[in-house]
Design a protein around this ligand. Sequence first.
Ligand SMILES: Nc1nc2c(c(=O)[nH]1)N[C@@H](CN(C=O)c1ccc(C(=O)N[C@@H](CCC(=O)O)C(=O)O)cc1)CN2
Length: 295
Amino acid sequence: MELLDGKKVSNDIKDEIAVEVQKMKDRGEKVPHLAAVLVGNDGASLTYVGSKVKACERVGFESTLVKMPSTTSEIELLTKIKELNEDDNIDGFIVQLPLPPQIDTQKVLLAVDPDKDVDGFHPMNFGKMALDMSTFIPATPFGILELLERYDVDTKGKHTVVIGRSHIVGRPMSILMGRKGWPGNSTVTLTHSHTKNITQIISQADIVISALGVPNFLKAEMVKDDAVIIDVGITRVTDETRPKGYKIVGDVDFENVSKKASHITPVPGGVGPMTIAMLLKNTLLARERHHNNKK
Ligand SMILES: Nc1nc2c(c(=O)[nH]1)N[C@@H](CN(C=O)c1ccc(C(=O)N[C@@H](CCC(=O)O)C(=O)O)cc1)CN2
C-alpha cells in the first residue's frame, strides 16, 4: 500500500508557488492577493480560513480576512462581495461555506465575479470545467487530481465510484474523473443517498472517492483488493483526551481498508491540505490572468 501523502505534496506545491512569487517580486510585479470572507464563528470554518491566511503568508501572497457576524443579512454580504469584485487590489476571493441559514448560498456564489472566483463555484466556471475549458477548478477535486498525478496513479479505463454529490466535491469530481486525459478517462458512477445497491457498486470500484462525512463508513469488506481509496470526509468527533477536545475522522476505516488498498489518503493529512494548496494555485492563476488583462 502506498500512502497518498497530501501534507507532503501540499508542502511541495507551496514551495513551487513560493518560487513563482519570488520571480514576480524580482520582476517588480505585484504579488497575488487572496481575500477570504467568513460569516459567523463556526469553529471548523475559522480553522480553515485561518489555514488559508497562513498558507498565503508562507508562499508570499497578500491576504485579507473579512470577518462578518453570524447575523449578517444577505444584502450585507452581497454588498461586501460587490466591493471585493470592484477592488482592483484583490486578485481572487472566496466566501467560506457553509453560510448561515438566512443567506441564500446560490445567490452569493452567483454574485462573485467569475474572474475572481478562485473557488470555481460560479456556474460560469463550473460550466467551463465541464466543457474542458481553462478555468478555476474547485480546490478539493483539483487537489485529488493533483495527488493522483503526482503519485502516478493510473485512472484510464478504471471504474471510479464517487460517494456524495455535493457541489464542492462529489459533482465536480465525477465530471473531472470522466474527462479526456489524465487523471481522467475513467468510467464514473456518482452515488448518493438514493443509490440502490451502493455496497455492491462500491465493491466493483477500482477507485473510490468518498465525500460523505460519515465517520468510518467505508469498511474493508466493502472494497476490492488493490483499490485506490480517496477519503474526503473530515468530521470532528469529541475526544476529551486531545488538547483541542476533538479528533478528525474520515469516511474510511483506515486501519483495515489500508491493508487491502493499493493507494490511500489519510485523514488528517490527505485531501484537506491539498484543498488549501490548490486554492493558492487558483489564486496564482487569477493573478496571472489579471496581470495579463491589464497589459
Ligand atoms: N468556500 C469554500 N468553503 C469550503 C470549502 C472550499 O473549498 N471552499 N471546502 C471545505 C472546507 N475547507 C476549505 O475551505 C477545508 C477543509 C479541510 C481542510 C484541512 O486541511 N483539513 C485538515 C484537518 C484540519 C482540522 O480540522 O484540524 C486535514 O484534513 O488534514 C482544509 C480546508 C468546506 N467549505
